[in-house]
Write a protein that binds this ligand. Sequence first.
Ligand SMILES: Cc1ncc(COP(=O)(O)O)c(C=O)c1O
Length: 500
Amino acid sequence: MNIDNIFGSIGLDKASEVPLYAQVRDGLLAEIASGRIAVGARLPPVRKLANTFDVNLMTVARAYKELTEKGVIAGRGALGTFVIGHVKEPGVAPQPATISRETYSVREDDTFARMLQFSGRQGVIPFTRAYPDASTVDVASFEANLKEAIDKHPEHAYSYIAPDGLYGLKAAFSKLMKQERNLALDPHSILVSSGGQQAISLVAQSVLKSGDTVIVERPTYFGALDLFRTLGVKILGVRMESDGMDVEELERLVSASNPKLIFVIPTFHNPTGITTSLEKRQAILEISRRHGVAILEDDCCSELRFCGASLPSIKALSDPQDEVYYFSSMGKAYIPGLRLGMVVPPHGRLGEIVKQKSVADLHTSPLLQNAFQLYLESGAYEGSLARTCKSYSKLLDKISDELNKVMPDSASFMKPEGGLNLWLKLPREVDSIDFFYACLQRNVSVLVGQHFYPDNAETNTVRLSFGHSDEHTMVKAVTAMGEAAKELQGRPASRFPVLV
Ligand SMILES: Cc1ncc(COP(=O)(O)O)c(C=O)c1O
């Protein structure tokens, strides 16, 4: 990575009570410790780095001064400032936690950034990653396909294309959906989106306006909640049961609130891992028909199944006249950084979604579309998926066994049949934010459950995402979580110090 990009990737949290100079100092320490900024590298002048971070000159100057005192960097007059070594004494390594218990308040707009902030820290085991490790998927074939895409389709490598995407990839997606999900889709009914998050956004922008009501599962994927909030819509949550939404509550809420959209994740629900039963899928569809409310079905990872039989999606159960918006992403069973996904709107609604896509980002990268089409056509995806499922199925077994061993008796979780999320209910008296800190002090990062609620949250839940595939490390992290939970049982809340 270019050194300027490394500085650009150090995120500062300006709302944090941790002084900015300390964040700059620790960000640089972490990059130097990781080797991404090498010993011998010249650091940017204070003014330039202050511009990069959009902070005061004094902020960077103080960070540089402290790093100089620690013997990590040294000024060499007009030549500039250079990295001269790693942190030497123990105790000055970058601390994992940088905000206090009091300031963790679950803010409603930036869960994603926060998750990365903690999980990306040097030495922290990320129990927050809901996507596969690059080591478990076949990236080598894809890299060859990228080169091939440039050679075969130079006209698409660097130019604009139509917003709905390339027909070749749509046809490959259509084939994949038939093969993996027994879902028949006309390639012409598909729009290629930049991932699943954009799919939610395109549909929401097309269907909802400020003041409308949307119904979601409770809890639900934070990215959808963050998006709905920015649109100024009212969000109502329906309690999740072990086989999906409480459909009686859904019907009552729909009757009472006249919503425009029901957002549902029927397979390997994020965050709970629950799979909605066939009966409930049918019931949700019936409710949508009876009340004339559209469904947005999020089906991002149904191929990541480790056991049990696949169920048809709501889209597969629907008729052409039903208002079911369906979407998927390649980010959950393959690689999220490609930002490739697809939306299938109901009959007659594609034009509106295309319009939204066009104003959002014109279109998704044609180079990546061509390369991924080649990848799917090569058959490499099936082999990659089989390997991915095998490694995570084994990992999930290990994690579940360890959780059963180390968690207090009053903690509980349901082992999912697939996907990479597991929802842990801590003992009622253990607050999940305290747990987050207690885990972070043990160099483990988890995601506080409150981020997944549209309203008053349960305060004793956490999402454990096990995309980081190293078995030994992950089991060690679960052991540490068990210690943290036991330590917190029976202790008053809010004793976590500000770690700067
Ligand atoms: C349930 C769910 N839907 C959508 C998304 C967004 O997917 P993408 O990374 O493709 O934007 C995620 C990502 O975490 C997710 O978990």
